[in-house]
Design a protein around this ligand. Structure first.
Ligand SMILES: Nc1nc2c(c(=O)[nH]1)N[C@@H](CN(C=O)c1ccc(C(=O)N[C@@H](CCC(=O)O)C(=O)O)cc1)CN2
Length: 296
C-alpha cells in the first residue's frame, strides 16, 4: 500500500479563505475587525519566521496585526507589563506569546497572565480545563485543532470508535490532542518516553499522532496497514551546504508504504497551526463583541 499524502498546505489555504470571507462579513455587517497581537522575545531564527508568517497571514485575512519584538534580555516583569497592556487594549482580541521564551522568563507565569478570553493559543489553564471538561467555549491549542481538522477530512467527519495513539504528552500538543480525539469518541491512548513496547501499541492504532520531537522515531513496521498518520514533528537536521533539512517524528519513506494516509513534513500539520490561530482569533473577537461567528 502507498499512503495518500495529506496536503496540509492546501487545507490551510482553504481554511484561511473561509476565515477571510468571515472577517470581511464581520467588518461589513458588525463593524468588527478582529485583531491579533503576537509577542516575540529574542531572535530564535525559527520563531522569527513563524512570527513573520503569522503577521502576514493575519493581514491577508483582513485582520489587524500587532507584532511586538522584544530584546532577548527582556525581563519577565517587562513582558508581563506588555501582556497587561494587550489585555486592556480593545483592538486586540487575541494574544500570542511565541514559545520558547528565554530562560529568565517563566513561561507558565506569562501564559497565566494572558486574559483567557484573548488566549488564542489555548494554553491558559482555564482554557485547558474547559477543553478537558468538553466545554465548547474552550479556546483549544492551534496545532492539535489543525491535526483534528485534517483527521476529520480523512474520516468523513466521523472518528467515533477509532483507536487513536497520541505519542507525546506536552501541554501544547499531546494532552489537548488526546482531549480533542476523546471528544470525537475515539478510544485514546497517550504514549510517552516511559511507555513500554510502543511499537506494539502503535500496531493497534487506526490513528497515530506523533508529537515527540525525535526525528524518524516511528518506523514503518510499527504501523497497522491503512492507519492514518499525523506527524507533528518539525526536526531540523543538517542538510546540503548550510541549509537545514526538516524531518518529522515518523520515518516517512517507510511509513508511506504501510499507512493509508500520512502528513508530510514540511507541508502537513505546520501550515494548519497558523490557519487555526487565525480561526481562534476570529472566534475570540466575536465572543468579546457578543456577535455570532460562522466559524465557531
Ligand atoms: N505560542 C506558540 N508558540 C509556538 C507554537 C504555538 O502554537 N504557539 N507552535 C510552534 C511553532 N509554530 C507556531 O508558532 C509553527 C510551527 C511550524 C509551522 C509551519 O508552518 N511549519 C512548516 C515548516 C516551516 C519551517 O521551515 O520551519 C511546515 O511544517 O510545513 C508554523 C507554525 C512552537 N511555538
Amino acid at each position: 500500500m502507498t499512503a495518500a499524502i495529506i496536503d496540509g498546505k492546501a487545507a490551510a489555504a482553504a481554511l484561511r479563505e473561509q476565515i477571510a470571507t468571515e472577517v470581511a462579513r464581520l467588518r461589513e455587517t458588525d463593524d468588527l475587525q478582529p485583531g491579533l497581537a503576537v509577542v516575540l522575545v529574542g531572535e530564535d531564527p525559527a520563531s522569527q519566521v513563524y512570527v513573520r508568517n503569522k503577521g502576514r497571514q493575519t493581514v491577508e485575512a483582513g485582520m489587524l496585526s500587532h507584532t511586538h519584538r522584544l530584546r532577548d534580555d527582556t525581563s519577565e516583569t517587562e513582558l508581563l507589563a506588555l501582556v497587561a497592556d494587550l489585555n486592556a487594549d480593545p483592538t486586540v482580541h487575541g494574544i500570542l506569546v511565541q514559545l520558547p521564551l528565554p530562560p529568565q522568563i517563566d513561561e507558565q507565569r506569562v501564559i497565566c497572565a494572558i486574559d483567557p478570553a484573548k488566549d488564542v493559543d489555548g494554553f491558559h489553564p482555564l482554557n485547558a480545563g474547559a477543553l478537558a471538561n468538553g466545554d465548547p467555549g474552550a479556546l483549544a491549542p492551534c496545532t492539535p485543532v489543525g491535526c483534528l481538522l485534517l483527521l476529520r477530512e480523512q474520516f468523513d467527519n466521523d472518528l467515533a470508535g477509532q483507536h487513536a495513539l497520541v505519542i507525546g504528552r506536552s501541554n501544547i500538543v499531546g494532552k489537548p490532542m488526546a482531549q480533542l480525539l476523546l471528544q470525537e469518541s475515539c478510544t485514546v491512548t497517550i504514549a510517552h518516553s516511559r511507555t513500554r513496547d510502543l511499537p506494539a501499541l502503535c500496531r493497534h492504532a487506526d490513528i497515530v499522532v506523533a508529537a515527540v520531537g525525535r526525528p524518524g522515531m516511528v518506523r514503518g513496521d510499527w504501523l497497522k496497514p491503512g492507519a492514518v498518520v499525523i506527524d507533528v514533528g518539525i526536526n531540523r537536521l543538517p542538510g546540503e551546504g548550510d541549509k537545514a533539512r526538516l524531518v518529522g517524528d515518523v520515518a516517512f519513506a517507510e511509513a508511506r508504504e504501510v499507512a493509508g494516509a500520512i502528513t508530510p513534513v514540511p507541508g502537513g500539520v505546520g501550515p494548519m497551526t497558523i490557519a487555526c490561530l487565525l480561526r481562534n482569533t476570529v472566534v475570540a473577537a466575536c465572543r468579546q463583541a457578543a456577535v455570532a461567528s460562522r466559524l465557531a
